[in-house]
Design a protein around this ligand. Structure first.
Ligand SMILES: [Zn+2]
Ligand SMILES: [Zn+2]
Length: 98
């Protein structure tokens, strides 16, 4: 009987834990784009296939050099690095899981 009792408490316990809900974001709710080099605040309805300018590759910081792997641009100063125009266009990426 003990096993049955355990099974019942476990199934009760399981029912008490809410299933993880996917956050549903409304079309007018501002979100932050997660693409590197973009970071704009966007609304779902404003996103289209060239709305986002971003760098798809890695940003690499050396001692005296900063570079974008994707467009192979190397600069010395952080200010210059910020000013490098992103090399790709696409959809904004507001998915918090990626
Ligand atoms: Zn790039
Ligand atoms: Zn973006």
């Amino acid at each position: 009987m003990l096993q049955l009792y355990l099974w019942i408490t476990m199934s009760m316990f399981r029912n008490m834990i809410p299933a993880p809900k996917k956050k549903i974001v409304g079309p007018n709710e501002p979100q932050t784009c997660r693409n590197k080099g973009c970071g704009k605040t966007l609304k779902e309805k404003d996103s289209h296939d060239t709305a986002c300018s971003y760098n798809p590759g890695l940003a690499i910081f050396h001692d005296k050099m900063r570079e974008w792997k994707c467009c192979d641009i190397h600069v010395k100063e952080f200010d210059e690095f910020i000013d490098i125009p992103p090399c790709a266009k696409g959809w904004h990426n507001s998915d918090p899981m990626s």
